[in-house]
Design a protein around this ligand. Structure first.
Ligand SMILES: *[C@@H]1O[C@H](CO)[C@@H](O)[C@H](O)[C@H]1NC(C)=O
Ligand SMILES: *[C@@H]1O[C@H](CO)[C@@H](O)[C@H](O)[C@H]1NC(C)=O
Ligand SMILES: *[C@@H]1O[C@H](CO)[C@@H](O)[C@H](O)[C@H]1NC(C)=O
Length: 246
């Protein structure tokens, strides 16, 4: 029995390491209101001309590991950090994230590295920009591929991938010094993935200031002001009680 399970385990490890020969990366993104960017973790130094693990898969996001539920990880830099990753995206985009508008769209370039980085991709958006509260987006232009995200013919090829922004979408995140930020996440159904990426975007032209913050904790001025009437009422009650028992 033991050897049966051991060989199953060895088989499993071998087959999964062979399967991790696939990836798709979001190497460019533009909003309907301008701006440009990439997915978190994308490196301009990685060439897009081949299919081997090193260097071609190095900056592809896989939604596995500690950050599987948020923005995943890359071989190159480990878990994608939203703050520093967005700072890097801003540095390579001239300081303006992809600008989206309500009812608009995010147009992306999905670079398929090898066979299982294919489509179909599903996309979702987090209005808080933190990669924690995902809402499905409609994908209006998709990448070809079968139900397992495979397509041999798509290797080392870039495809358009477009997601629609809902008419009532809001973006309220503050990330890397930018306000009104949303996070868009697109991923394929590959068994060894999902592969794809997280793209930080900004709601265009929102000049509404965030609501004033509540008084800081420990501000006794506000608290004391509220306490006064109750203390006074209690004192009156006490005086009445004293009179009653006197
Ligand atoms: C992104 O926008 C900046 C500023 O407009 C521009 O300089 C840069 O060439 C753009 N990058 C791409 C890849 O379009
Ligand atoms: C504009 O910003 C305000 C304040 O942060 C926010 O409440 C509102 O939802 C934003 N609107 C959009 C369309 O993102
Ligand atoms: C404390 O609260 C009071 C009353 O709301 C306000 O006037 C004051 O500016 C606050 N102080 C600080 C340090 O937040």
């Amino acid at each position: 029995m033991l050897s049966y399970y051991s060989s199953l385990l060895v088989f499993g490890l071998l087959s999964s390491s062979q399967l991790v020969a696939g990836h798709g990366a979001i190497i460019a993104a533009t909003g309907d209101a301008g701006g440009n960017g990439t997915a978190l973790g994308i490196s301009a130094a990685i060439p897009r001309t081949g299919t081997t693990r090193n260097p071609f898969e190095q900056d592809t996001t896989r939604f596995k590991g500690d950050a599987a539920a948020t923005c995943g990880e890359t071989l190159l830099a480990g878990d994608n950090d939203i703050e520093s990753g967005t700072t890097a995206v801003l540095a390579s985009s001239g300081g303006t994230l992809p600008q989206i508008s309500q009812g608009g769209q995010l147009q992306m370039t999905l670079h398929q590295v090898n066979s299982d980085g294919a489509g179909p991709y599903t996309c979702m958006i987090d209005a808080t920009g933190t990669g924690t509260q995902w809402t499905a987006m409609q994908v209006t232009t998709n990448v070809p591929g079968n139900k397992n995200g495979r397509n041999q013919d798509g290797a080392a090829t870039s495809f358009p991938l477009t997601a629609a922004v809902a008419a009532d979408q809001t973006c309220t995140g503050t990330v890397a010094g930018q306000s009104n930020v949303c996070m868009v996440r697109c991923q394929n159904p590959a068994n060894a993935g999902p592969f794809g990426g997280c793209v930080p975007v900004q709601m265009a032209g929102n000049t509404t200031a965030p609501a004033a913050a509540a008084p800081a904790a420990g501000n006794t001025t506000a608290v004391a002001a509220k306490k006064v009437p109750r203390v006074a009422a209690e004192e009156n009650g006490l005086k009445r009680a004293v009179r009653f028992f006197a």
